[in-house]
Ligand binder design. Structure first.
Ligand code: SF4
Ligand SMILES: [Zn+2]
Length: 332
């Protein structure tokens, strides 16, 4: 891992503004990624698609975190929603010391809601007792299929660990956002679509919102190694549209997707002609939940997508068949 300078240790990884939703209202959101020791699991085996620990450092001290907080607060402009990410678990006391947790959450005085992420093992009564009432939690369940979670994502927790944590949040009326991964490695395109829809049905029972995260191939991950060899293709945007369309019918939770790397070879993509149009439609849907906006999008590559699904099924493979069959294998 690259060394992190002292100045970096005192600065958030990044800060930006975007929009999100609170109780059906579109609101401005302030997003800060704080640099911590990072996710403990990423230092053990780590999830197959996760390269987040590149932004973490074991040298971060509580003083560094305090300095990062100060810089974040200076740039905060009173947005109703604040999202504090740590590339790990905000509720892990090794990442964010207990003594700092309340200070961080209360620093954004005018926010109505403060969203942070946590693995389920840190969602305990001890950790939730007395927590800022504006808190909302995001858990990356990725898939509700236990076998896929263990073998394809290598998540390091089980579906029932998630359900237990989610129920605790429900009891305490702490809003939950569940992240689902579209197309974990080793799944064919069709299996990935079916898995995401089934997972929405499961996670929707506990969640206020379900965010579909299509895989974005991050460097130095298992998925990266597969992708470089042509053994993995990030999901098609057609698959994402299908998941949103069908997923909406199996849950009353808000479904959203804001794909990172969308329209690039490492991210969810179709073809150059339709990527932008479809990504825009996905973004609109994430706010208005209107399925009509996802209808009637056509492009020649749609036939290619259906052919790939059939071909993978016929061949019994999850590899990027189009890339294997083409003369040019392009690797970054
Ligand atoms: S739990 Fe989250 S942060 Fe940790 S390794 Fe998995 S995806 Fe990365
Ligand atoms: Zn297209």
């Amino acid at each position: 891992m690259a060394r992190t300078s002292t100045e970096d240790l005192k600065s958030p990884v990044s800060i930006w503004r975007e929009q999100d939703v609170i109780d059906g209202r579109k609101v401005d959101a302030f997003v800060a990624i704080l640099r911590t020791r990072g996710c403990w699991w990423s230092w053990q085996k780590g999830c197959t698609m996760c390269g987040y620990n590149a932004a973490s450092s074991r040298a971060v001290t509580p003083e560094h975190l305090r300095a990062q907080l100060q810089k974040a607060v200076q740039r905060y402009q009173g947005e109703p929603m604040v999202k504090l990410y740590t590339s790990g678990s905000f509720l892990d006391p090794e990442e964010v010391p207990l003594a700092l947790r309340a200070e961080i959450l209360s620093s954004f005085g005018t926010a109505e809601r403060v969203l942070f992420e946590s693995r389920p093992e840190f969602i305990t009564s001890t950790n939730l007792d007395g927590i800022d009432p504006r808190s909302a939690v995001a858990i990356g369940l990725e898939t509700a299929n236990g076998e896929y979670l263990r073998r394809c994502v290598r998540k390091g927790f089980t579906v029932s660990d998630y359900a237990k944590a989610a129920e605790m949040l429900l009891e305490r009326k702490i809003p939950l956002r569940t992240y689902l991964l579209l197309k974990p490695p080793y799944l064919s395109e069709r299996a990935a679509v079916e898995d995401a829809i089934a997972s929405i049905g499961f996670a929707g029972r506990f969640s206020e919102s379900v965010s579909i995260n299509p895989v974005n191939v991050q460097r130095d991950t298992v998925v990266d190694a597969l992708w470089r060899r042509g053994n993995y293709r990030p999901p098609w945007l057609w698959s994402l549209v299908e998941v949103l369309r069908q997923g909406k019918t199996v849950t009353s939770a808000r479904i959203m997707s804001s794909p990172s790397g969308g329209g690039t070879p490492r991210g969810v993509h179709n073809c150059d002609r339709c990527d932008r149009k479809i990504l825009d439609a996905v973004l609109r849907f994430s706010f208005d939940q209107d399925l009509d906006g996802l209808e009637g999008m056509e492009c020649g590559c749609r036939q290619e997508w259906t052919a790939v699904m059939d071909l993978q099924d016929a061949m019994g493979t999850a590899v990027d068949v189009a890339r294997y069959l083409s003369d040019e294998l392009e690797f970054e």
